[in-house]
Design a protein around this ligand. Structure first.
Ligand SMILES: NC(=O)c1ccc[n+]([C@@H]2O[C@H](COP(=O)([O-])OP(=O)(O)OC[C@H]3O[C@@H](n4cnc5c(N)ncnc54)[C@H](OP(=O)(O)O)[C@@H]3O)[C@@H](O)[C@H]2O)c1
Length: 328
């Protein structure tokens, strides 16, 4: 490991990007380059070209993306596909133009078909129709994987290009978005149980039957996996991937029902009331679990159990409330 490598983390203020910065710092990397969205709009081709020419990093983690829930994806599909395609194309192409050999692209489990066999393995990619609500976002993420692969295939031998991709499951932890209407299930439930506890409410109502199963990974485990894949010996990476199927799943390895999750969060928050399931409301996909056996076979697996991760996530939520960055 060379601690002096100049490493650009794109999206360093996001939940995943900030965890990657923490992980790199903990490993002793001292030369980390960052830019906020306001300082550098990654969808601006010229601005990205100027930045790479000026900074000439050695490695790039591409954790910047336009992300959002079902509502945002459905309302702004043009922005989701355009912004993400532009960011990926600009960062990946300028990395190549500036002689950068190592880049890690972050995708998402939404790249897999809606009806993919469970648990979803890497080879499920492009085998069926995507979930319509976030299809434009998923198409952009698939394009990101294919950009990395295409640059490897065309410039791997001649220029030493080695661009890799990781596809995380649902993430949670410090830096999450606790917005009341537009957040993922864990931050949304943390907030709702916390507010119910404060109000001394006797019950919390949750949509659906509580039976769907979901997988959750603590964001610091995701950051460790990202640095692990970036640093992995090329021979080992190539043994586990193919030139046109090179992405690696990053999951926790097991899932829980929404009911189990709700009970764990209620316990973490210290909410003593009842949890009611409104079975007149839709459930969504019955199960979404990643097959992470490739990553495990390469030597990396999740370390933070769900109950411990939820404890840290709740501390983060309380900290955010104290700092008034979350509307209480
Ligand atoms: N969170 C999850 O559960 C999850 C699960 C699977 C995969 N992922 C993947 O992980 C990656 C990061 O997700 P995240 O949860 O960390 O998202 P996040 O918290 O929203 O962070 C994304 C970051 O990208 C920046 N960004 C967006 N558009 C930009 C632009 N045009 N130019 C420069 N910066 C821009 C954002 O800055 P502003 O906020 O200032 O716009 C933000 O700091 C994404 O690729 C996502 O698909 C996340």
């Amino acid at each position: 490991m060379n601690n002096n490598l100049k490493i650009y983390v794109a999206g360093h203020r996001g939940m995943v990007g900030s965890a990657i910065v923490r992980q790199l710092q903990a490993k002793g990397y001292k030369n980390i380059v960052t830019r906020t969205h306001a300082e550098l709009d990654l969808s601006n081709q010229q601005a990205v070209a100027d930045f790479f020419q000026k900074e000439k990093p050695d490695q790039v983690y591409l954790a910047a993306a336009k992300v959002g829930g079902i509502h945002a994806n459905n309302t702004y599909p043009a922005e989701f596909i355009y912004q993400n395609l532009m960011m990926e194309a600009n960062v990946i192409h300028q990395s190549f133009e500036n002689g950068i050999k190592k880049l890690l692209f972050l995708g998402s489990s939404c790249i897999y078909p809606k009806m993919a066999p469970q648990p979803m393995a890497e080879d499920a990619l492009l085998t069926g129709k995507l979930e319509p609500t976030n299809e434009p976002y998923a198409i952009a993420k698939i394009a990101g994987i294919k950009l990395c692969e295409s640059y490897n295939r065309q410039y791997g031998r001649s220029h030493g290009v080695d661009y890799r991709s990781v596809m995380p499951t649902n993430l949670y932890g410090p830096g999450d978005n606790y917005h009341p209407e537009n957040s993922h299930v864990i931050p949304a439930l943390i907030r709702r149980f916390h507010e119910a506890k404060e109000r001394k409410a006797s019950e919390v109502v949750i949509w659906g039957t509580g039976t769907p199963m979901r997988e959750f990974l603590y964001v610091d485990d995701m950051a460790s996996a990202s640095v692990f894949v970036m640093e992995l010996d090329k021979t080992i990476y190539e043994q586990h991937t193919e030139p046109m199927q090179s992405h690696i799943n990053v999951g926790f390895g097991s899932d829980v029902t929404i009911k189990e999750l709700a009970e764990m969060i209620a316990e973490t928050v210290g909410y003593p009331g009842k949890i009611i399931f409104d079975i007149t409301k839709p459930d969504g996909t019955p199960r979404k679990l990643m097959n992470s056996s490739k990553l495990i076979a390469m030597g990396c697996s999740a370390k933070v159990p769900l109950h411990a991760g939820l404890g840290s996530a709740y501390k983060d939520f309380l900290h955010e409330i104290q700092n008034h960055s979350v509307r209480a």
